[in-house]
Design a binder for this molecule. Structure first.
Ligand code: ADP
Length: 425
């Protein structure tokens, strides 16, 4: 029988003698009142016992009782016991988390919504110079590099920011912020000194080799031109050999020029001026027209007379590469549309062709250095695989983005999106 039935039965059983005695003595109502009063006192007593037990934290065994109250005590006792178990488990988990994050080789700092330090691991104390006593301090007051403060306030944490360690400027750190929970952020700092060193070595090596190759290539090309001029056409083998050698030398020269340009983009500081993009595009398209095939039509549509702040030569390289690719990778009689227009906050250059297109799997890779899509083409298309890499770098230096929309066999649209802050006239 459930405890509730038991409780009701007890009250009913008490009512029976009261009714009989009440009927015999004519004192039914006073007796009923007395019974109700007794039951009420019993409940008040139980409530006060319960309140005393729970106010002490409901710890330990509950007082001896019976009926519905025993049931209530038991439920509360059980809830508290499972809660205690859960707390213990959670405590263990937090302890494990703390121990593992303490052992992390990378610095980790938990920041509040106001950039205050809530917790930092051992590596954070070692490479960022944070102290235990810095808890509650705002991190921009402790790490004062302007680029770090700008990064923290930017709310754009896709890429890490590279900083020297505040304790030792020979250590380079890649600092990244990961937002989580409600306004909390995890700051991670990784020591990338070795990586940076190797990256600098790679850049220096490429720059030196490219530079050193330039002179011998010019000499080689000069002699080949002379030999070609001297060729009287008597030997077909010699004529084709000279042609092939000259073609390959020119290809190597393009490669060296592209590599040097990439090195320049990676290492040189920006020199910005207000660039008349419509005039620049007119010039580039004119040069495109003169590439040889007159049947091919480049359609230039200048829909916005907007100038942008940037480096004219870099922009010329990027736009020439995009137009050159559209011409190279589409049939000689298909149109290429070049549009300069404004859309919302952005100014966009779109180069659209109706050529061979790029497979979806290759699109993310075409901006990688030396990546060329291997397709069977009716005519060999020469290239270095560095053009789109140059475009990507130039756009990055102009706070712009490159978007590629392409469909195999239908054509491609390469668009450069410049932010409104770059508009200067
Ligand atoms: P490349 O010197 O080979 O043209 P790029 O870096 O300019 O080097 O381009 C990389 C690859 O992307 C090219 O080899 C080509 O396969 C593909 N690609 C670039 N532009 C286009 C385009 N407009 N249409 C089709 N494929 C293209």
């Amino acid at each position: 029988m459930s405890v509730w039935y038991k409780e009701i039965w007890t009250v009913l059983l008490l009512l029976v003698p009261i009714s009989i005695i009440g009927a015999m003595t004519g004192l039914f109502l006073p007796l009923l009142f007395l019974l109700t009063l007794c039951l009420l006192c019993r409940q008040i007593y139980q409530i006060s016992r319960f309140e005393k037990w729970i106010s002490k934290g409901g710890k330990g065994q509950y007082p001896k009782t019976s009926g519905i109250w025993e049931e209530i005590y038991y439920h509360v006792y059980r809830i508290r016991k499972t809660e205690k178990k859960r707390k213990k488990k959670l405590g263990k988990l937090i302890e494990q988390f703390h121990r593992s994050t303490e052992a992390l080789p990378d610095a980790a700092v938990v920041l509040s919504a106001n950039d205050e330090i809530e917790w930092a691991n051992k590596a954070a104390r070692e490479v960022l110079g944070l102290q235990q006593s810095d808890k509650g301090q705002r991190i921009p007051n402790l790490i004062r590099f302007p680029e770090f403060i700008r990064y923290l306030q930017s709310n754009d944490y896709k890429e890490p920011v590279i900083l020297p360690s505040p304790l030792n400027n020979r250590i380079t750190l890649a600092v990244r912020v990961v937002p989580y929970g409600s306004g909390l952020r995890l700051l991670l700092a990784q020591d990338v000194t070795q990586l940076k060193k190797m990256e600098t070595m790679r850049k220096d090596f490429v720059a030196n080799v490219s530079h050193e190759l330039r002179t011998p290539l010019t000499v080689l090309k000069g002699y080949l031109e002379t030999l070609q001029d001297m060729d009287d056409g008597q030997s077909a083998l010699l004529t084709t050999s000279f042609k092939e050698m000259r073609g390959q030398t020119e290809r190597m020269q393009h490669l060296v020029d592209d590599l040097l340009l990439l090195t320049h983009l990676e290492t040189q500081r920006r020199k910005s001026q207000c660039v008349d993009v419509p005039a620049l595009l007119k010039q580039i398209c004119k040069e495109g027209h003169s590439l040889g095939d007159t049947s091919r039509r480049i359609h230039l549509s200048l829909e916005a007379p907007v100038h942008i702040y940037g480096e004219e030569n870099e922009l010329r390289s990027a736009f020439t590469n995009l137009l050159g690719n559209a011409l190279k990778y589409s049939p000689e009689d298909s149109p290429v549309n070049v549009r300069w227009y404004q859309s919302g906050e952005e100014v966009i250059l779109a180069v659209e062709d109706q050529g061979e297109g790029i497979a979806a799997a290759d699109i993310p890779r075409v901006t990688e250095r030396f990546y060329r899509v291997e397709v069977k083409r009716p005519k060999k298309v020469s290239g270095t695989g560095l053009g789109l890499s140059i475009v990507k770098h130039v756009l990055m230096r102009h706070d712009a983005k490159l978007l590629i929309v392409s469909q195999l066999g239908k054509g491609s649209t390469f668009s450069c999106h410049f932010p409104a802050q770059r508009v200067c006239g």
